[in-house]
Design a protein around this ligand. Sequence first.
Ligand SMILES: Cc1cc2nc3c(=O)[nH]c(=O)nc-3n(C[C@H](O)[C@H](O)[C@H](O)COP(=O)(O)OP(=O)(O)OC[C@H]3O[C@@H](n4cnc5c(N)ncnc54)[C@H](O)[C@@H]3O)c2cc1C
Length: 415
Amino acid sequence: MKIFIVGNSIASISAVREIRKWDTKSSINVISKEALEPGMPYYSPVVLPYYIEGTLSKENLFSIRDDFYRYMNVNLKLGERAIKVDAKNKVLMTDKSEYKYDKLLIASGASPRLPGIPGERNKRVYVLRTYEDAEKIKSDDSKEVVIIGGGPVGVESALALLRFKKRITIIEIAPYILSTVFSRRVAEMIERQLIENGIEILKEEKPIEISGNPVKSVKTNKRKIKCSSVIIGVGVVPNVDFVSGVLKFGPRGGILVDDKMRTSEPDIYAAGDCIELRSVIDDSIRPFPVWANAMETGRVAGANIVGKNVNYEGGIRVNSLTVFDKVYFSIGDVYDEEKLRKEIKGDGVIELYYFERNRLIGAEIVGDVKYAGLIKSVIRRKVKINIDKFNGFRDLIGMTAPSSKPVKIFEQSLL
Ligand SMILES: Cc1cc2nc3c(=O)[nH]c(=O)nc-3n(C[C@H](O)[C@H](O)[C@H](O)COP(=O)(O)OP(=O)(O)OC[C@H]3O[C@@H](n4cnc5c(N)ncnc54)[C@H](O)[C@@H]3O)c2cc1C
């Protein structure tokens, strides 16, 4: 069987591992548009801020080397872009060639969204998604940086640049930063930490224009901020142009997949940040553009490609953020304060648990991420909990079956 995979990030790597677990004969061909240096074919975007900051070396950033592809017997084609798929004749077209496939996996991820303001493509305006983006930010010597968007990428970029003694201003359109990841309460704890360390945060403010080429200032609805570089971090859009008109899409533009990662066309699967799938919490169809989801859906796609009949339990959002010495962890739906039914404080750790009736649907832990995998497992298994008697993550230990996987340890293994 000829298997083709578009993309060479975590969803793809995870699928390759799973395919090879069961099938050593099929040919696996991985195509990725990024032309990276020979011998260094893979890095995780998650750790790019540490590379910018200088705490992660280039050698350690490129955490999977050529020997992985040799060992897995993968034909890797870097610097080649998928441009079209002919699903009827099972042909993948790239900017260099055409390939007949038996099974195709689309693991093309996502790209930074641009806000659509004048000047957003000017010199010294950056986004952060790829190694090339990180190199550009790392080599920029500006002393005054404006970050548009107070989401995870904006905040991590700010933290990475702080050690270079730059003046950093974050512009956030919402009333608080990190609003897609944390509750207002936890987000405001993070905000306080950032402000104490010299980062300026302008909330409920809308950037209108980036002036100068190279950049000289950013104009918002309230003021003009002088700066010599800008980083835009306002979310992502799935990389799906090459299957437009071929596959069905979800409400937010990602490839629609079922629980087996099958798309609307036979023998075409999709995984990672380019998909939309059923949420484990409320069955709604949504994107889950996070690392763990990409890794797990890649694994499920890989298993089904080789006929293993594996179902995914559903998507769930998981994020963690380390701000200096403090770690903040968030999972599931944590946005409705009325659903915050349990709050536990002690030993420098704060635990917040969100419930829908007696079912855990989300949690935030400040100061400890040890039990992240366990919390995820309890949410996924829809375990019924007696809220009055519930005393935090230690109580969760007995609630999952002994076979539950050590999710956190596994998730970290490819960083
Ligand atoms: C700075 C940063 C920090 C992050 N931090 C976290 C975090 O703390 N926790 C977390 O859960 N997630 C985090 N993420 C998100 C995480 O990186 C993504 O969820 C994950 O990388 C998605 O993996 P993926 O395999 O779906 O796709 P991607 O990593 O987006 O990779 C897509 C692959 O497809 C290739 N490709 C795309 N289009 C084509 C085409 N037409 N032809 C050929 N190849 C193509 C690309 O070159 C690439 O190899 C972070 C992301 C960034 C940028």
